[in-house]
Design a binder for this molecule. Structure first.
Ligand code: FES
Length: 206
């Protein structure tokens, strides 16, 4: 395509070509304005791209920021409670203090009860802040156990003094025995703290 500036220059140095240059310039301007540049704006596809990404990227399941700290309180930013332990055992009660278990008895308030281990043929004194399983093991009894957390029945025994086992012991969060089994005297020795004298048959499961 002819450059209009070149045409004008040619016209200046060659006067007879002025008319021809003017006509040529006019033609160039006319053609350019009619054809345009050929450029057309592209369609805005940003919404389409965003929708595609939203449908193809899987949902993430990050916790909400407010749920990161134990108890849902803000400000901690996911801090682990004192002690550093994680999991269900580290849960705190509302108010932020750990619950006291039946074994949390100050030494000057400890009481002892007579517990007859029938199969072992011995009666021992068991402190009310010590589980039956630990007390029996300290005497050298070979007693069954697995989790030591009240979450299986490996350590189960049966109190044969009559009535509900919880008339004689307090369980620290046992999760396996139902009311009927407790009524029959069954206990989980790993989490059972004595509150009275009684006789027990170890190695007895419901
Ligand atoms: S050892 Fe599992 S409940 Fe006692």
């Amino acid at each position: 395509m002819l450059n209009p500036l070149a045409i004008v220059l040619v016209a200046i140095v060659n006067p007879p070509a002025i008319v021809l240059a003017a006509v040529a310039t006019l033609l160039v301007v006319l053609v350019t304005s009619v054809r345009g540049t050929g450029w057309e704006p592209t369609t805005d596809v940003s919404d389409e791209v965003l929708e595609h990404r939203a449908s193809s990227v899987p949902e993430t399941e990050f916790p909400e920021p407010g749920n990161r700290a134990v108890g849902g309180g803000g400000g901690g930013g996911g801090a682990i409670p004192a002690g550093g332990a994680e999991g269900e055992g580290a849960e705190l009660e509302e108010g932020g203090t750990a619950s006291a278990g039946p074994g949390d008895i100050p030494e000057d308030e400890v009481e002892y009860f007579e517990v007859e281990f029938e199969k072992q043929g011995e009666t021992i004194e068991v402190a009310n802040n010590e589980p039956l399983l630990d007390s029996g093991e300290n005497e050298g009894f070979d007693l069954p156990y697995a989790c030591r957390q009240g979450q299986c029945v490996s350590c189960a025994g049966q109190i044969t003094s009559g009535g509900n086992s919880e008339d004689y012991v307090v369980h620290d969060n046992q999760q396996m025995l139902d009311d009927g089994e407790l009524d029959e005297g069954y206990t989980l020795t790993c989490v059972a703290y004595p509150r009275s004298d009684f006789t027990i048959e170890t190695g007895e499961t419901p």
